[in-house]
Design a protein around this ligand. Structure first.
Ligand code: HEC
Ligand code: HEC
Length: 311
């Protein structure tokens, strides 16, 4: 008996260690200087310093694909390698996939261009461009060892319990001033690394305003924003060691999605199958009769229940 429990204890220890060690995405530094290694490293560089290569202030006007001075890394933290920081790890094998937003099966290139036109408020990268190939190569590299069809724990940004009340942007404004403004600014416009026009990006990226993601971006939906904030902000925290309470994260998320940002044309064409539209999409048309405010701030369970009942 004693022996069995000792084995159980050792097994549990191995399992715990393995799951922690499981994350450790590969490092592009270790790749050789051949065509593949160079492309993967260019993808990493593009992810980390997007503004300097395809941003709106780069010297070559043809290369100005992004419409704002963010980097992919501003949201896909640690160059897409952070657990619960919207990582690219395990993403490659998940595409092609059915995309409710487009109502059709999309490729990994389509997904990159989804963030190009929404999170980056820009235009699509051509499929045969070196930049697009580099993003895909880098995402594939970070997904090394992650089998097609297997879920990757640590992807996304977690999923907190939802509130039974509406999230409160006014309470969020106060919590923002206390926890976020020191870096992102009272006005939410962030702090540039250099001067306007020098394509050097931000030390602290904007959360709203003219140089931020547009209203069609995933980060402009409360559930995505609140979970990202809870698991990753203030900068340096993790889902295991958050600093904000879940209520604070929901309220701050509500404050951020209530602010002004660039508007994307044609959003009523999103989610052509209306029953597949996420409850927290910040723009109509909606299938249900819940007011637009409730789609922005919740509570979402009554909307889900009404949609179920209508089926
Ligand atoms: C303002 C924040 C933001 C920026 C900047 C951003 N993204 Fe995203 N991205 C998101 C969000 C939010 C999602 C949705 C994550 C989810 O579905 O869990 C996402 C999803 C993705 C996915 C799919 C991930 C998955 O788990 O299925 C890819 C690939 C991606 N982005 C690539 C990029 C690239 C490449 C760039 C830079 C050109 C970029 N993103 C810039 C916020 C951002
Ligand atoms: C110590 C400075 C600091 C504090 C405090 C901080 N952030 Fe951030 N935040 C950052 C940095 C730096 C990034 C970009 C990360 C990168 O590029 O590696 C970021 C990125 C973000 C992003 C995604 C990028 C974008 O432009 O939308 C959001 C959303 C965000 N922070 C929200 C918040 C919120 C909400 C708070 C308060 C709870 C907060 N942050 C507190 C430094 C900070």
């Amino acid at each position: 008996m004693r022996r069995l429990s000792l084995i159980g204890f050792v097994a549990a220890l191995i399992v715990t260690t393995a799951s922690a060690a499981d994350w450790a995405p590969p490092s592009a530094d270790k790749l050789p200087g051949d065509a593949w290694g160079e492309l993967v490293r260019f993808g990493q560089h593009l992810t980390n310093q997007t503004y300097a290569i395809i941003g709106p202030e780069v010297a070559d006007a043809e290369k100005r694909y992004a419409g704002n001075n963010l980097s992919c890394q501003n949201c896909h933290l640690d160059g897409g390698a952070k657990e619960f920081g919207l990582p690219f790890v395990g993403v490659f094998g998940d595409f092609p996939q059915y995309r409710a937003r487009e109502g059709e099966v999309g490729t990994i290139e389509d997904r990159v261009n989804g963030c190009m036109t929404r999170s980056m408020n820009g235009r699509v990268l051509p499929l045969d461009s070196r930049e697009m190939k580099a993003f895909v190569a880098y995402i594939k590299f970070l997904s090394t060892g992650r089998p097609v069809g297997a879920a990757t724990p640590g992807r996304g940004a977690g999923s907190m319990p939802e509130l039974t009340r509406a999230a409160d942007p006014r309470a969020g404004a106060a919590a923002y001033a206390e926890n976020c403004a020191v870096c992102h600014g009272e006005d939410g416009h962030g702090k540039r690394r250099g001067a306007k026009g020098d394509a050097a990006g931000y030390a602290f990226p904007p959360l709203w305003g003219p140089d931020s993601f547009n209203n069609g971006a995933g980060m402009n939906r409360l559930i995505a924003a609140a979970n990202f904030i809870h698991a990753n902000m203030p900068f340096g925290v993790s889902l295991d060691h958050p600093q904000l309470t879940t209520d604070q994260a929901w309220d701050i998320g509500a404050f951020i999605v209530s602010r002004d940002r660039p508007q994307k044309a044609g959003l009523d064409g999103d989610f052509p199958v209306r029953s597949e539209k996420p409850v927290d999409a910040g723009y109509g048309p909606y299938l249900d009769k819940a007011p637009p405010e409730q789609h922005k701030f919740g509570p979402f369970t009554p909307i889900r229940d009404a949609l179920k009942a209508a089926k």
